[in-house]
Ligand binder design. Structure first.
Ligand SMILES: *[C@@H]1O[C@H](CO)[C@@H](O)[C@H](O)[C@H]1NC(C)=O
Length: 393
């Protein structure tokens, strides 16, 4: 034998997989069955391991939110079946002192007939423009500009109150309640009373989005025009309470979210509805907003928010058990959303699983199944041998 041959044979002694001679191998039918079963099992497990490897996982991470000067976008879609749109005002207030009264931008009020069908879409407060148009039509032909009286209310910059709406605004600015439109010329001319009568049985859908400061605040949907009086936020409740039709703040929240929509984020108020049969009722939702970022594998990042909510409601008429109304407790009827910003930020990062991990899994499956099958096979072989021996004795 050459020197090379002896080196090779020395190397061979490292073989951990020493083979038995083929002549000593016995092939059995159960061995074959075990082999097939193992093969099928391996295929199944490999498939599940592969699909697990292909699906990215989302890893959440909790950090302190260090962003500054951000705005918060509130998306809302809520229906009031028993409050007509002209009575409803949407206001936002925050602890930074910013108020947005009777929001007109990007919030749409849709009139609903008593059966809940849409009447027509109008941008909040757009009806003032409509009225201006009507008025311009009626004043056509008159050369000198018309200047209506404000009936003692706080006149707008132009000094004139040409529409019923402007008179009502002037009244409200002055802190007066606008409760007798019949005595006001502009309102009679516009058929205000008839309009109100037609609309008073209607409902209202409020939908759209508001951008607010990212500090704790409150937005509410309450009856009557709102205004600031001595730095206090006041609503003119008179039209709501004195109406011959009973209004109430039964509502259904179709959607309430903060920031862009992301699949998998559940908004706990979506589809929530509350029913009440009397007007003097206050619904409050205390919302905790948690900033959430999503970093996806395709390099897109979405900044949004999740929230949790607690619900509270209060009967504002102090009714005793006999049903008599005692007195009006403090508080405004309506639906209030008090939001608060959490200092924590959740970062959800989408990640692909590591390939080496997948490889390890594959080896574990193949090796494991073969080993277990081998043990089983040996067990059956030995059992059969003892059984046969016993039979012969
Ligand atoms: C508000 O929700 C209702 C009911 O789900 C839906 O029909 C309507 O289109 C929504 N409005 C907006 C502006 O998304």
């Amino acid at each position: 034998m050459s020197k090379r041959g002896s080196v090779l044979s020395k190397f061979q002694s490292f073989d951990a997989y020493a083979k038995t001679l083929d002549d000593f191998r016995v092939k059995t039918y159960y061995g074959a069955a075990l082999t097939i079963i193992s093969a099928i099992l391996i295929c199944l497990l490999l498939w599940s391991e592969f699909s697990d490897y292909r699906t990215p996982e989302i890893k959440p991470q909790l950090v302190v939110d260090k962003s500054r000067k951000q705005r918060l976008e509130i998306n809302i879609n809520i229906t009031f079946p028993h409050v007509p749109c002209y009575l409803l005002s949407v206001d936002v207030m925050d602890i930074a002192g910013e108020t947005q009264n009777d929001l007109a931008h990007d919030i749409y009020k849709t009139r609903l007939d008593p059966d809940g069908n849409q009447i027509h879409v109008e941008k909040a407060q757009d009806h003032t423009k409509e009225i201006h148009k009507i008025l311009n039509d009626t004043t056509q032909g008159i050369d000198e500009p018309f200047c209506g009286s404000c009936y003692g209310g706080e006149a707008p910059e132009s000094g004139c109150c040409n529409t019923c709406d402007e008179v009502s605004e002037a009244y409200i600015k002055k802190g007066w309640s606008f409760n007798d439109p019949d005595s006001i010329n502009q309102c009679v001319k516009e058929g205000w009373k008839e309009k109100v009568l037609v609309q008073s049985k209607e409902g209202c859908n409020v939908a759209g989005s508001v951008r607010v400061n990212k500090v704790a605040g409150n937005f509410h949907l309450a009856p009557g025009k709102s205004f600031q009086q001595n730095n206090i936020h006041v609503h003119d409740l008179q039209p709501f309470l004195s109406d011959s039709v009973n209004h109430d703040f039964t509502h259904e929240i179709h959607h309430l979210s903060f920031g862009p929509k992301v699949q998998g984020v559940v908004n706990p108020l979506d589809g929530i509805g509350r029913t009440v049969s009397q007007g003097h009722y206050m619904f409050q939702y205390f919302v905790k907003v948690v900033s959430t970022q999503f970093h996806f594998l395709n390099q897109t990042t979405i900044y949004t928010n999740q929230y949790s909510v607690t619900q509270y409601e209060r009967d504002l008429t102090g009714k005793d058990t006999s049903g008599h109304v005692h007195s009006h407790q403090g508080g405004l009827p309506g639906v209030f959303f008090n939001y608060d910003i959490s200092p924590m930020l959740i970062i959800n990062r989408e990640e692909r699983k590591s390939f080496t991990h997948f490889l390890t899994g594959v080896c574990a499956i193949i090796g494991g199944i073969f080993t277990v099958a081998g043990i089983l096979d040996g067990f059956i072989y030995n059992a059969e041998k003892t059984f046969k021996k016993k039979k012969f004795i």
